[in-house]
Design a protein around this ligand. Structure first.
Ligand code: 16G
Length: 243
């Protein structure tokens, strides 16, 4: 007899059905009554399974209608400084990118200020549509000082290669510290078209400034993440605001 509680076993089998596509996004999930009959458990156990799936974001509960398969969200853990490629692989998804721009540019305004380079200094501009299992999920505009990684753009194919892996392998540099900010926003016309969401759909605007081991700014990234695809998760330690 397995030690996995019955509600967990039912939840797991529904997750398998969702992952395999036999229960598609928007499909009705069997009700408490149906699950209790199918698995030979009490209604309360069946309810526990459905509640677990709602908490994990696999299923939405619709008042008086039942439970429905939710569009799957990417669970993004924020305590480590990881790349998109690593995040997607960890969540069992296949990362890919469409390179919309990869060129040299002159630093100006906020980009120059955040990278602490002079206005007009040479930076690489890398604009990528990031995909998870071939679905567009984020638009990332990265700026990297040319002096940090001369020849960066020519040294990789960013449709498939990871920026962080390229920086590490080709240039021996790594982001070791970063500051990231999040703002809720609505997709404008061009972001909506690229991310394939309706105009005005909720998005998160993220910025990340990463520093290398010597504390030098390495990348300044302005991203637009689809609001319906991500859950940002952070673990909080006890502390006090006046620490
Ligand atoms: C993440 C980073 C981005 C970085 C990218 C590198 C955000 C919020 N986060 O998406 O700063 O450039 O990973 O990913 O933008 P890669 O190594 O897979 O190319």
């Amino acid at each position: 007899m397995s030690s996995v509680p019955h509600y967990r076993r039912i939840a797991d089998s529904l997750v398998d059905a969702i992952r395999s596509g036999s229960l598609e996004v928007g499909a009705r999930v069997p009700s408490e009554r149906e699950l209790s009959a199918e698995f030979g458990v009490s209604r309360m156990t069946a309810r526990g399974a459905l509640k677990t799936l709602v908490e994990q974001g696999f299923v939405n509960s619709v008042e008086a209608k039942g439970y429905f398969v939710a569009a799957s969200r990417i669970d993004q853990r924020l305590q480590t400084l990881t790349s998109f490629t690593e995040d997607m692989r960890r969540s069992g998804r296949r990362p890919s990118s469409i390179v919309l721009a990869a060129r040299k540019a002159e630093a100006a305004g906020e980009v120059a200020a955040r990278l602490a380079v002079a206005e007009g200094a040479s930076v690489y501009h890398l604009l990528r549509l990031r995909e998870a299992d071939a679905v567009p999920v984020a638009l990332e505009a990265a700026h990297i000082p040319e002096s940090m990684a001369p020849g960066l753009i020519e040294s990789a194919d960013f449709a498939s290669d990871s920026l962080y892996a390229t920086l590490k392998q080709r240039f021996g540099i790594l982001p070791v510290e970063a500051e990231q900010s999040f703002e809720a926003s609505a997709a404008g016309e061009s972001d909506a078209a690229i991310l394939r969401v309706p105009i005005g759909a909720p998005v998160l605007r993220l910025t990340r400034l990463s520093l290398d081991a010597a504390g030098r700014p390495l990348e300044f990234v302005q991203s637009v993440y689809r609001g319906d695809r991500f859950t940002m998760r952070v673990r909080l330690a006890p502390g006090s605001t006046d620490a």
